[in-house]
Design a protein around this ligand. Structure first.
Ligand SMILES: *Cc1c(COP(=O)(O)O)cnc(C)c1O
Length: 609
């Protein structure tokens, strides 16, 4: 039988399609439709990514607990997953020979509903994996307790700009041969208790390595752990080498193979499992003293496991590298600052603008520096188009009658307490006074709280309460169900992107980078990427000083109000030319650097060599 010209998988008789007198066969309706929409793309470059020689050429296996590639595949919760998806897209554009591994979450990360008081309700997301992913025939097993957990796989191909594609392997335990409990292991992302989470991470790390072998990925030279969740893969590699040829466990050889990116600047954020649980699950996979040597005395700490068995270790911004080195002084830790995938995050009106003035920008994110040459009127027009779209959306959803001309400030991210979404409301009277004296402002908020994060949920209620106090004075809305699509509407449609994390807890942050890609400047605490990206009055504004290491809520709020009152609002309303110049520099200085093309190149040169 033929191969599917879209994905390269075995084609089926039933999915045939005639084009220019020739019959083509496909593996599914999905590929058939994709071909029907743009046959030329596929005829020019036939995909071979499933063929064995192509599989053997893949050199890097990228493991991530969540990957956010599209809002219709809801297997991500926030920044970590979106970053993974953006990174994979850039690798596809740049033809980095990578294969990605993650878990398939059948119920996705939840749909958020908010009542009038802001109480969050979590509804399962209905999605049908067959619509997006292709089943693979392979199965592998892992011994857990006294049974086997069987794991199947689905594949999604991320197509790069020149038709190179990167496979994402979604691991799936919802198989008939598994118990009810094991079948449910891929229901939820970050759901369930510690035991559930432990088994998920075993499936990801150990199951993932076995699945890659079963699929024929024999040329892998680096295993990249995107955060510690996947660190069980190191144990599988250790054991496998011992089974194959070595007399002893060869830690050095495994270290050669592994790359670890940490994303968490606070110790409490690292996954830990009691050794009792680990022993119950994995029995005598490896001797307990070896596990303790690698994962820490008290509990198995996934970060220690990854640190001890990786040759290249990095944080996700320069400051985060520093913070990580002071948390783990015994390890050599580098940093590679995060980015976002440029063509994914640029809105339609700016796409048109860049296509006109910077023709190669999609291929070459660095060329966005040339945005300095774009005439101000055109930048303003493109922004106004994006803003109108957002305000229309807000007004339709909330009936708040937001204004198209008012300075609109956006804040959207996971509702976690360290992000301090309510900092802007710490002195309501001052805020009202600023809006009266300096110029009108309005706010758009969005973000989901983790289902088990009570403080995060309270934060949403506080914002909604503040919006009621401010009724008729300052318009404030909280949009439900923040996801990738809404994020794009927000980062491109607001005038100013606000970020107020408590230092030093923002490892990097990426939404401000998305805003910069649409010419939207940031007003942010100097933490994470903003330390590298902020040039005061040129790319945006800082809150607080670089000197203070820990945040003080009161000082930060006062600095925030000062910046709004004396710098931002007057510039927006009175110094429009100057404002547009800041927009231009946000693109030229920040979008040209804080993108995943640059980031992927740094991983290739520094981590994967
Ligand atoms: C970009 C993004 C995030 C992460 O934003 P941060 O600023 O890094 O917190 C979270 N959720 C969604 C849907 C996003 O698009």
């Amino acid at each position: 039988m033929d191969r599917d010209p879209v994905c390269g998988m075995i084609a089926k008789e039933e999915f045939k399609y005639e084009f220019k007198g020739k019959i083509f066969y496909f593996c599914s309706n999905l590929c058939k439709n994709e071909f029907k929409n743009s046959p030329d793309k596929y005829l020019k470059h036939r995909h071979r990514s499933y063929e064995s020689e192509e599989i053997k050429e893949r050199k890097i296996a990228y493991f991530s607990m969540e990957i956010g590639i599209d809002s219709s595949i809801p297997t991500y919760s926030g920044g970590l997953g979106i970053l993974a998806g953006d990174f994979i897209k850039s690798c596809a554009d740049l033809k980095v020979p990578l294969v990605a591994v993650t878990l398939l979450y059948e119920k996705g990360y939840f749909n958020q509903k908010l009542d009038a008081q802001g109480n969050q309700q979590e509804l399962p997301v209905q999605w049908n994996r067959e619509d997006f992913l292709k089943p693979l025939p392979n199965k592998v097993g892992i011994k857990v307790e006294n049974r086997d957990i069987f794991i199947g796989a689905w594949q999604y191909n991320v197509l790069g700009i020149s038709s190179y594609s990167i496979p994402i392997i979604f691991l799936d335990t919802d198989l008939e041969e598994n118990s009810e409990y094991d079948r449910g292991l891929n229901d939820f992302l970050y759901g369930g208790n510690q035991w559930y989470r432990l088994l998920q991470e075993i499936v990801l790390g150990i199951g993932g390595v076995r699945m890659l072998q079963s699929l024929g990925y024999t040329g892998i030279k680096k295993y990249h752990m995107n955060e510690g969740h996947a660190a069980f893969l190191t144990l599988e590699l250790l054991k496998e080498m011992k089974n194959n040829k070595e007399a002893e466990l060869n830690f050095e050889a495994v270290r050669e193979l592994c790359v670890f990116t940490t994303h968490t600047p606070v110790p409490a954020g690292h996954d830990q499992f009691p050794y009792d649980l680990v022993n119950n699950a994995l029995r005598r996979f490896l001797p307990l003293d070896v596990l303790k040597m690698l994962g820490g005395e008290e509990q198995l700490n996934m970060t220690f496991l990854a640190l001890n068995l990786s040759k290249y270790i990095n944080g996700v911004a320069k400051k985060h590298g520093e913070v990580s080195r002071s948390m783990f002084p015994e390890y050599s830790i580098e940093s590679i600052t995060n980015g976002v995938h440029s063509s994914t995050w640029v809105c339609e009106s700016f796409k048109k603008l860049y296509d006109k003035y910077i023709p190669d920008w999609k291929n070459d994110s660095f060329s966005l520096r040339y945005a300095l040459s774009i005439p101000g009127d055109n930048i303003w027009k493109a922004h106004q188009e994006a803003k109108n779209k957002l305000i229309d959306y807000v007004n339709e959803k909330t009936g708040k009658e937001m204004d198209y001309k008012t300075l609109t400030i956006g804040f959207a991210r996971r509702a976690a307490s360290y992000k301090r979404a309510d900092l802007i409301f710490s002195d309501i009277d001052r805020l009202i006074k600023i809006a009266n004296d300096a110029g009108k402002i309005q706010f758009i908020f969005s973000g989901k709280a983790h289902p088990q994060d009570g403080m995060g949920k309270d934060l949403i209620k506080k914002i909604i309460a503040a919006s009621k106090w401010l009724e008729n004075k300052i318009k404030v809305v909280y949009l439900e169900n923040y996801d990738k699509e809404l994020a794009k509407l927000l980062v491109s449609g607001v005038d100013l992107w606000l970020n107020t994390p408590r230092k030093p807890q923002e490892a990097s942050g990426t939404s401000g980078m998305k805003a910069a890609h649409n010419g939207v400047p940031s007003l942010s605490i100097l933490d994470g990427w903003w330390i590298e990206g902020c040039i005061e009055d040129i790319t945006g504004w800082s809150i607080g000083t670089p000197q203070n290491m820990e945040s003080n809520d009161q000082q930060d709020a006062s600095s925030l109000y000062d910046k709004l009152e004396f710098a931002i609002i007057p510039t927006f309303y009175v110094g429009r030319e100057y404002w547009i110049n800041i927009m231009r520099h946000a693109i030229a200085i920040n979008a040209s650097f804080f993108n995943t093309h640059r980031m992927a190149l740094q991983y290739v040169l520094n981590a994967y060599d």
